[in-house]
Write a protein that binds this ligand. Structure first.
Ligand SMILES: C[S@@+](CC[C@H](N)C(=O)[O-])C[C@H]1O[C@@H](n2cnc3c(N)ncnc32)[C@H](O)[C@@H]1O
Length: 213
């Protein structure tokens, strides 16, 4: 399954999970290309998004979406719902996650909901590890992922044609952190009201979490 299809499968599940809540305003943290914002906007919800990537934000803004390249603590409004979906929490280490959840509770209206997902241990250890490559005409990308000490290290190597017969090589490493559900159950300001295993690339490779404020 490609990334587009996987995104759509996840968004279907999260869309359905939010149906039973009365939501007029929503903040999408780590909104990426803005697909979930588009979907929620079609449901009549007023949506905003933030993303750490200027490239993603630029793409959203060019599509007319209300998205900024901001940190959560730079947001001063409150929302009926906040979402952080498709691995966003796994990009935060334990200390960052504690501060992030505190900021979430400051930005939710009374009775508001926070929906997020986290990769399961199997999702990291059994599914995400290994190597994949994508070979296009002008680009060759290789991703090599290893899981160690509850962290997934994904090394990206890109060879990009300079159009004059040479390829420029760039490399980057992204770290994702495994978080236990127990940690979320212990939160005092946000109450975990729903946990559901999700099978995306393999059986039970993600958990959907819904909190109420
Ligand atoms: C795998 S993508 C998911 C995009 C989108 N949520 C979706 O469901 O299609 C993860 C996104 O989270 C963003 N991101 C990661 N950590 C973030 C943070 N602390 N604050 C805002 N955005 C973040 C990345 O830039 C990336 O666009």
């Amino acid at each position: 399954m490609g990334i587009k299809e996987a995104t759509s499968v996840l968004h279907d599940i999260y869309d359905e999970a939010l149906e039973s809540y009365s939501i007029k305003t929503l903040l999408d943290i780590g909104c990426g290309r803005g697909d979930f914002i588009r979907r929620m906007t079609q449901r009549g919800i007023t949506c905003k998004g933030i993303d750490a990537s200027a490239v993603m934000v630029d793409e959203c803004q060019r599509a007319g979406l209300d998205v900024g390249c901001k940190h959560l603590n730079e947001i001063d409004e409150k929302f009926d719902a906040i979402v952080a979906i498709f691995d966003v929490l796994n990009f935060l280490n334990h200390n960052e996650l504690i501060l992030f959840l505190q900021d979430i509770s400051l930005r939710l209206n009374d009775g508001g909901v926070f929906l997020a997902d986290i990769n399961t241990l199997h999702g990291f250890r059994g599914v995400a590890v290994g190597s994949v490559s994508v070979d296009n005409k002008d680009e060759f990308l290789c991703v090599d992922a290893e899981f160690e000490d509850d962290k997934l290290y994904s090394e990206f190597t890109l060879f990009k044609s300079d159009g004059m017969g040479k390829y420029i090589k760039t490399q980057d490493v992204i770290v994702q952190y495994y978080h236990k559900i127990k940690f979320f159950e212990k939160q005092s300001s946000l109450k975990l009201v729903k946990k559901q295993t999700v099978s995306l690339y393999d059986k039970n490779d993600k958990n959907l979490l819904i909190f109420k404020f």
